[in-house]
Design a protein around this ligand. Structure first.
Ligand code: PEP
Ligand code: MG
Length: 453
């Protein structure tokens, strides 16, 4: 009270008496040794979206024109990030948003870039002020007043496991960082990362007769990823561009969908826009011919017909039977789960669980709406029962199973998946080592149990 700041007090005890030797005001925050939590005044809370601690002056971004304000080391505060912000996000020491859940774009991109992030705070843009110094604890979803030491989460090499541990890579510039994990391969490339960095919507290339440019832009981005994972499989998802996230890209369709999560994106868009779809597939084909290994995944599958039609196009492009190309589907709608047997019978090499969407569509919870995140749970029995069923069916058909949703970095989910006998798990690069150690320990304890029998 006297000094108006908490005090750092040195004292001595002599002959049973306490002497205060020195006292200093604490004006910067320090982390409590040995603990993840920071000691200080919490000013905003939200969802822990990307681990690590970052601090700096707040820069509030209210429109795209404000993006120039972001300087190296600033804390970017915005209502909701969108793909156009990726370049500015890279300069930020931390990111805070009002809206979105942990599978929202801001969260996914921050994790990949290794930038601490807290999302879905509801109030950050109104409570924080431009220039105010704050510390963002992305591990625990808290924002503190004042500056504390930044702590980035390192990418460390995985330990050897029977189940393959793979990483998620959406941005070619961060492939090298992800490759430090020594992961078995890339379990998901969202090509939207490459598309957005180039600023134009696929429809722009189509309408301007520039699909060659679209194809070479994708090829260049994918090649950069492939060069960091030589000899390893890279599973690339064909485009899945939701209108709410990508409306700022040049040439994006102008009509606003009433419900983008249930809208015109993923395989349904690709099959209605075969020229765009083919440009994406050709980019992969050209790299497969250079001996890079790929899996091609179709997103938002709801029918066997969609898989059939996609395969007809692959056949037309001479991509079926290519030793460097596997074909698979994302299992991310309850429809795909219900018809899994027919999908297996139609023929494919692998499936990958998109648990971000599978949870959203199963529980009828908009993953982008922070008001309902408190009931969003990938471990809900309604979700895990579907996963178990799909793995069982795929095993019967000798089809490889994997997961590329965010839940693959969740320990409880990983424990469940290992027990179900999944073949591979894709994780955020900075979680790779920890998840591999968990998988190894489960594998070892099961081995012990078998021996004891
Ligand atoms: C998913 O739905 O789990 C997924 C991996 O895809 P996205 O997050 O891009 O929808
Ligand atoms: Mg999805």
């Amino acid at each position: 009270e006297h000094y108006k700041h908490p005090q750092d007090i040195e004292f001595a005890i002599e002959n049973g008496e306490i002497f205060i030797v020195q006292t200093r005001a604490i004006t910067t925050l320090k982390e409590k040794p040995g603990k993840d939590e920071i000691d200080g005044k919490i000013i905003v809370r939200g969802l822990a979206a990307s681990p690590g601690i970052g601090s700096g002056p707040v820069r509030i971004i209210r429109s795209m024109d404000d993006l120039d304000k972001i300087k190296q080391g600033d804390v970017m505060v915005t209502q909701m990030t969108n793909p156009d912000m990726v370049v500015a996000m890279q300069k930020a020491s931390a990111i805070i948003t009002d809206e979105g859940g942990i599978t929202a774009h801001a969260a996914i991109v921050s994790r990949e870039m290794g930038i601490p992030a807290v999302v879905g705070t509801e109030t950050a843009t109104s409570l924080l002020e431009d220039g105010q110094e704050v510390t963002v604890d992305g591990t625990n979803g808290k924002v503190y007043m004042g500056l504390a030491q930044s702590k980035k989460v390192e990418v460390l090499p995985i330990v050897e496991t029977k189940i393959k541990i793979k990483v998620l890579v959406d941005l070619p510039e961060f492939a090298e960082r992800a490759a430090k994990s020594n992961a078995f391969g890339v379990g998901l490339v969202r090509i939207e990362g490459i598309i957005a960095s180039n600023g134009k919507h696929p429809v722009y290339y189509k309408n301007n007769n520039k699909l060659d440019e679209y194809q070479s832009m994708l090829k260049k981005g994918l090649e950069k990823i492939a060069q960091n994972f030589i000899g390893k499989e890279i599973w690339v998802r064909t485009s899945d561009i939701r209108s709410d996230e990508y409306s700022n890209l040049e040439g994006a369709p102008k009509e606003i969908e009433r419900n983008p999560m249930l809208g015109f994106h993923g395989i349904r868009f690709s099959l209605k826009n075969p020229e765009i779809f083919k440009a994406e597939l050709r980019a992969i084909k050209e790299l497969a011919e250079k001996n890079h290994k790929f899996g091609i995944m179709f997103p938002q599958i709801i029918s066997v017909e969609e898989l059939k039609q996609a395969k007809v196009i692959l056949q037309e492009l001479g991509m079926i039977g290519n030793k460097n190309i596997k074909i698979g589907v994302m299992i991310e709608t309850p429809a795909a789960v219900v018809i899994i047997k027919e999908l297996c019978e139609e023929g494919m090499d692998f499936i990958s669980f998109g648990t971000n969407d599978l949870t959203q569509y199963t529980l009828a919870i908009d993953r982008g709406n922070d008001a309902v995140q408190y009931i969003y749970n990938e471990l809900d029995r309604a979700v895990t029962k579907q996963i178990a069923r799909v793995i069982r069916e795929c095993k019967a058909h000798k089809i490889e199973t994997s997961i590329c949703g965010q839940a693959g970095s969740n320990k409880e989910m990983v424990t469940f998946l290992v027990k179900q006998g999944i073949d591979s798990i894709s994780v955020n690069a900075d979680a790779a080592k920890e998840i591999s150690e968990l998988v190894k320990s489960i594998e070892e304890s099961r081995q012990e149990a078998i021996k004891a029998d």
